[in-house]
Write a protein that binds this ligand. Sequence first.
Ligand code: ASP
Ligand code: MG
Length: 471
Amino acid sequence: MTHAPAGTEETTAARGRRAAPTVLKFGGAGLRDGAAIRHAASLVASHPGPRLAVASALEGVTDLLLAAQDKVRGHDAQVLPTLEALRRRHLTALQHCAPGDDAATYAIESGLQRLERLLYGIAYTEERTERLHDLVQSFGERLAAPLLAAAVRAQGVPAVAIDAEHAGLRTLGPYGDARVDLEAVRREAGPVLRAMLDTGQVPVVTGYYGVDTAGNATLFGRGGSDFVAAVLAHAVEAQAVELWKDVAGFLTADPRLVPTARWLPELGYDEAAELALNGAKVLHARCVEPVQAAAIPIRVRSLAEPQREGTVIRDGVPDAPRGVRSLTHRAPVALVRIAGAAGTAEALAPVTASLQSSGVRVLAAALGGSGLALAVASGDEAAVRHAVATAPAAARTVEVRGQRSLLGIVGRGIPASGAAAKVLETLAHAGVPVEMVAFGASQVAVNAVVPAADAPAALRALHRAFLEGAA
Ligand code: ASP
Ligand code: MG
């Protein structure tokens, strides 16, 4: 490093002196209308220290775009009403939180103009490629970011909206469920965003999508703005990610089913990821990956109660109390039993390969001497039957039971704690039949399949056994 240009050292030193930024992300609920956007902007504006914001689409807009893609196909008369609805939503909100902001008006109008062309394309060609699908969906965020940036400016803090393509949010595809190219994002987005921060600007970046090597918009899946926030936090070496939501974080169970559910002040990365994978809607499941290695904490915070701490997700949370931390459930799912598919990995391989190529979403699996049991997403039953029937191996029988619920019992140290035995005992006591039990590979969860109608009773019994009193 002896030949480093004189400026480099200075820049590094200057960066060392600078406070690490915070990434603040706002979901649809936080961007419902003008009043909500003004509130979100006030949280950004009043945040002490450098920060950048990630905006998802206004509430309902992602769903509206999805529906529009179907509606306009072969029906060009549907295009303008869709655009009018979006124009009214965004311009009314802008009028409320940043009246007269020309930059935002221009960004929204030109975004709508591009979207109009794309929707007419779908209308006339009656075709919707994956590429076009992802591009159209990205417009919810493209319209929202300028709005939030304007609202921040209206509160006296310089802010600039920036699209994922200009921010350098690189992906490796595929459409619909893209993987991020973390190295490229560090290389490209890091300097771009830091340069903006250095001049005192708050970058407001679009969530939900990134761009592949050919420059195509690729989505990160529903709720993907959380993931974008985590990726950008990694790229700028943030001190924290704040996910502003309409809930104050994670609870010990769904309070609609378990009235005694409690709020959780903190969780480990693995526990939060496992809860998300098991159906907790609080967090995008891949969100912890980019921040875990860099030990950047995620704070899930409540828009309604900004003074509250919310749930902090980080490593090194105190070891006690360990064992079960939280319960989740996913319903409806289907339980599939494939008899005669087991014994060895070889015997199983054709079946699993066939399941995979049929696109079956396997949520949990258990293998025994007499066969394989799977919990699959509801709606995938026919694909399972087809997959098993076409797998090149001996005849097998398949039994499918719909209307099941997949319970997730989550907490670090579960395998060693004897929790699985207690789960079975508790459910037996509550009179709930358990049709399948499985440990995840992460060692942070036990899954149980029960009839969907029994799920509320099962969750209440488990909550009482593990999470109430002296447990
Ligand atoms: N707007 C997208 C969605 O509704 C992304 C997000 O909200 O995070 O899924
Ligand atoms: Mg959304």
